[in-house]
Design a protein around this ligand. Structure first.
Ligand SMILES: NC(=O)c1ccc[n+]([C@@H]2O[C@H](COP(=O)([O-])OP(=O)(O)OC[C@H]3O[C@@H](n4cnc5c(N)ncnc54)[C@H](O)[C@@H]3O)[C@@H](O)[C@H]2O)c1
Length: 302
C-alpha cells in the first residue's frame, strides 16, 4: 500500500517507517525536522521536509494517492504546551485539520492517529484505565489530542473518512530524545551512562511504560482496525523512584538521584488497560520493562 507517515523522522515514527518498509509498503514521510532527525529516516522512504500546516501538503496528496495516513507529527512537549497553548494548538490542531481535509479530498482509506493515553485521562478513577473512562484532558497538549480525536469523529460522520485512534501510555526505547523532558527512561539512561546525577520531582507517581516496538506493532495492527479507539500499554505501572532504582541496578551505577518537590498538577497514577485491542486485534505487549530497558541501554551505549 502507499502509506504516508507524518512525523516519520521522530522517535516512534522512524521505527514505524522501518517496519512498514520491511512489510513491503511504499512509504512516504512528511516531517519538518523540528525534533526529528534526517538520519532516522529509512533510506527506502520518500522524504518531504514540510510542515503539516503547509498548503504544499496538497501537492503531495494529489501526486501520490495514499491509501493510509499515519499521523504522528506533533508538538509533543506538555510543558511547552502549558507555556504556549496557542502554538501547540496551531501545530497540533490546525496541522491535523490540514491533513484530514486532504485525506477527504484525495480519498484516503484510513487515518491512524497517535493520541495520548498518558495525558488525556488525567487523574483516572479506575485502574487499569480503559477507553470507557471519561477523558479529562488538562494540559493544552492533552486538550489538543482529545480535540483531534473529536475532529476525526466529525470527518468520519460527515465525510466518511475512516480512522483508528491509538492512545499509547508512556513510550520508551531506542532513538528517544534524552534531551527532551518527556522520555524519563532515555534521560535516566543517558545521564547514568555519562556518570551525571539525575533529579526526580516527587518520585511516588507511577507510569505505565510501553516499549516502542510494541507501539509499532499496535500501529501495524491498526491497518486492519475499524473506527475505534485503543489504549496501548502494559498494565504494569511503576513509580519513578523504582524505575530509577531498576535502571541504576542494570547499569551497576552507584549514583543516587537528587529528590525535588512534586510538580503540582502532575498525574499521580497512570496504568492503562489494553484489553480492548487484545480482544479486537490480538495485540499484547511483547517486551517487559527489564528487556526494553536493556535494549534501550544498548542503543545509548552505541
Ligand atoms: N513518546 C511518547 O511517550 C508518546 C506517548 C503518547 C503519544 N505520543 C505521540 O506519538 C507521536 C510521536 O511521538 P514521538 O515521541 O515520536 O515524538 P517526536 O518528537 O520524536 O516525533 C514527532 C515528529 O513530528 C515532527 N514534527 C513536529 N511538528 C511538525 C510539524 N509542524 N510538521 C511536520 N512535522 C512535525 C518532529 O520533527 C518529529 O520528527 C506524537 O504524536 C506524540 O504526541 C508519544
Amino acid at each position: 500500500m502507499k502509506i504516508l507517515v507524518t512525523g516519520g523522522a521522530g522517535f516512534v515514527g522512524s521505527h514505524l517507517v522501518d517496519e512498514l518498509i520491511k512489510l513491503n509498503h511504499d512509504v512516504f514521510v512528511v516531517d519538518d525536522l523540528s525534533c526529528g532527525k534526517k538520519e532516522f529516516i529509512n533510506k527506502n522512504a520518500k522524504f518531504f521536509k514540510l510542515d503539516i500546516r503547509s498548503k504544499k501538503i496538497n501537492n503531495i496528496f494529489k501526486r501520490h494517492n495514499f491509501d493510509i495516513i499515519y499521523h504522528l507529527a506533533a508538538q509533543k512537549s506538555v510543558p511547552y504546551s502549558i507555556k504556549n497553548p496557542g502554538c501547540d494548538a496551531n501545530v497540533n490542531i490546525l496541522g491535523s485539520i490540514n491533513l484530514f481535509d486532504n485525506c477527504v479530498k484525495y480519498k484516503v482509506k484510513r487515518v491512524i492517529f497517535t493520541s495520548s493515553g498518558g495525558a488525556i485521562y488525567d487523574e483516572a478513577n479506575n485502574f487499569p484505565t480503559s477507553e470507557m473512562e471519561e477523558a479529562k484532558p488538562l494540559s493544552p497538549y492533552a486538550i489538543a489530542k482529545f480535540t483531534i480525536e473529536k475532529y476525526l469523529n466529525f470527518y468520519n460522520k460527515v465525510h466518511g473518512l475512516n480512522y483508528t485512534i491509538i492512545r499509547p501510555a508512556n513510550i520508551y526505547g531506542p532513538r528517544q530524545d534524552p534531551m527532551g523532558e518527556a522520555g524519563v527512561i532515555a534521560i535516566f539512561i543517558n545521564n547514568l551512562l555519562q556518570k551525571k546525577q539525575c533529579f526526580i520531582n516527587g518520585g511516588d507517581q507511577t507510569r505505565d511504560f510501553v516499549f516502542v516496538a510494541d507501539v509499532v506493532s499496535s500501529l501495524i495492527k491498526a491497518l486492519n482496525a475499524k473506527n475505534e479507539i485503543y489504549n496501548i500499554s502494559t498494565e504494569n505501572d511503576i513509580s519513578i523512584l523504582n524505575l530509577y532504582q531498576k535502571i541504576k541496578t542494570i547499569l551497576e551505577s552507584g549514583i543516587e538521584a537528587e529528590l525535588k518537590p512534586s510538580i503540582i498538577g502532575e498525574v499521580f497514577k497512570s496504568q492503562l488497560s489494553y484489553q480492548k485491542i487484545k480482544n479486537d486485534l490480538d495485540w499484547s505487549p511483547q517486551y517487559d520493562l527489564e528487556n526494553g530497558i536493556k535494549e534501550t541501554i544498548n542503543y545509548f551505549k552505541k
